[in-house]
Design a protein around this ligand. Structure first.
Ligand SMILES: *[C@@H]1O[C@H](CO)[C@@H](O)[C@H](O)[C@H]1NC(C)=O
Length: 463
């Protein structure tokens, strides 16, 4: 009685463990992929890859913004690559400013370790969320939204920020608008700023030491923000608004322009965060979320088109079934896009045996015939259904499932995955088609040794 339960439990466990990649320490010598650097060979990874001491040192705030950002992103701290997290240290001298910016790739949490910081962000609905933070306070800045930090106090402040990405990115607003080759007329059309204003800022930011000048511009305006009032956020907003209204920058625009301007900035920021595509470069190493990106100059329309699913798979085999994948490995255009497909052909009596896709959920649509499909949940519930032409069924990521042709005719289905590389672990292969010792399988599955040996023999397993 108890063994079938243990058996299912062990299988689920083995399937989910098999899908886990412990870490993917950044290999700086290989190209980046859609979610970070390629993985260093595990044999070359040392503990130092997981430790970073750079945030123990105060940044140099002897500069025009009286502030310093010290990052511990994947580029500095290889151990965070692929792990969805990173940190930075912010040092703000009295009057220091981190200018308006976005992190296109991550949300941020800030912890004030010393002093006070006036911090704020602007939502997509154009609401300003502004607060004077004291030592020990934390504040979150949602992904991609414009935000800033200011030390309005007379003593230095220190904060640590954590990001929901190992490479959150940083887009400084003024640089994005005025420090590139976007035509002035176009900026005017799309921001409603005066041409003279745009030219002035382009003049300031486009010449000499660009970074230096940008900071100078920003600090000239923002360092006038008086000390905030922790007890009265409304007053803080008033203070900041007054400060901003007094800036030369906004003197050039009328009442409506700040609103349109902010809207444009949000739009432009979010557009800037988008990578249109990352067509798989199958000759470069894999990264944590797929293949490296092919150089956009080499991308052709054929990378986005795949005709292989128009051809029926060969079902003349022991399972009377065939799976034809259009994963990133076959269909490079889906790399990094979170999607892929496959074609299932099942002859009469055909079976797609119990398997999992560790990296993706699946939706199946029946095009021809009848398919009996089912999956088993972590709570060990079985969800089983006979599907007719036009029916669709979803199979949650990583759960064991199967498809059987229960009808009298050939069946055809297409499946779509929530990943360009969903992976495929066939249960019997995982158990019986490798060199896992029979005794260990018996211990860990409660199957009889004779049964294991029989299946190993059938599938070509050893030991
Ligand atoms: C800080 O930066 C300033 C300006 O670049 C430089 O003169 C100074 O030597 C730096 N201080 C330290 C401790 O590195």
């Amino acid at each position: 009685m108890i063994f079938p339960i243990f058996f299912t439990f062990a299988l689920l466990l083995s399937s989910s463990l098999a899908s886990v990649q412990d870490f993917c320490v950044a290999n700086y010598k290989a190209p980046e992929g859609p979610a970070g650097y390629a993985c260093k060979k595990p044999a070359k990874v040392t503990v130092d890859d997981f430790v970073y001491s750079g945030l123990g040192i105060a940044g140099n705030t002897t500069n025009i913004i009286k502030a310093a950002v010290t990052p511990a992103f994947a580029a500095q701290f290889p151990g965070v690559n692929g792990l969805g997290i990173s940190l930075a240290r912010l040092d703000l001298d009295a009057g220091g400013v981190i200018p308006f910016h976005t992190h296109p790739g991550a949300s941020e949490v800030l912890l004030v370790a010393q002093g006070t910081i006036i911090a704020g962000f602007v939502s997509s609905a154009n609401t300003v969320y502004l607060k004077t933070l004291k030592k020990g306070d934390i504040m979150v800045f949602p992904q991609g939204l414009l935000h800033f930090q200011v030390n309005g106090d007379k003593t230095p402040s220190l904060a640590y920020v954590s990001f929901s990405s190992p490479s959150p990115g940083l887009q400084i607003l003024d640089f994005a608008l005025f420090q590139n080759d976007l035509p002035t007329e176009l900026i005017a059309q799309t921001t409603f700023l005066d041409v003279a204003q745009i030219k002035k800022l382009k003049g300031v930011l486009g010449a000499r030491n660009l970074k230096h000048e940008a900071h100078e511009f920003v600090v000239q305006e923002v360092h006038r923000v008086p000390k905030g009032n922790a007890e009265n956020p409304a007053k803080n907003q008033h203070i900041l608004k007054t400060a901003l209204a007094s800036t030369q920058f906004l003197c050039y625009v009328t009442m409506i322009f700040p609103i349109l301007f902010t809207f444009f900035l949000l739009l432009s920021s979010s557009n800037a965060a988008v990578q249109d595509f990352c067509v798989a470069d199958l000759t470069a190493p894999d990264g944590p979320a797929g293949y490296s990106c092919k150089s956009p100059a080499n991308v052709k329309v054929d990378d986005f088109v795949f005709s292989g699913l128009g051809v029926a798979g060969n079902t003349t085999n022991i399972i009377k079934a065939a799976v034809t994948p259009a994963f990133a490995a076959q269909f490079p255009g889906v790399n990094g896009l979170g999607i892929s497909l496959a074609r299932l052909d099942l002859a009469v009596g055909g079976v797609i045996p119990f398997h999992t896709h560790p990296g993706g959920s699946e939706v199946l649509i029946v095009i021809e015939g009848t398919i009996c499909a089912g999956f088993v949940s972590s709570a060990n519930t079985v969800y089983l259904q006979t599907l007719e032409k036009g029916d669709i069924m979803v199979f949650p990521q990583g759960l064991l499932h199967f498809q059987v042709n229960g009808g009298e005719a050939t069946a055809l289905a297409f499946v779509s995955f929530s990943s360009p590389s969903p992976g495929l672990q066939i249960l019997d292969y995982a158990l019986f088609k490798n060199d896992l010792p029979t005794e260990l399988i018996a211990q860990t599955t409660f199957l009889d040794v004779a049964q294991i040996k029989k299946l190993k023999a059938a599938l070509g397993g050893t030991n």
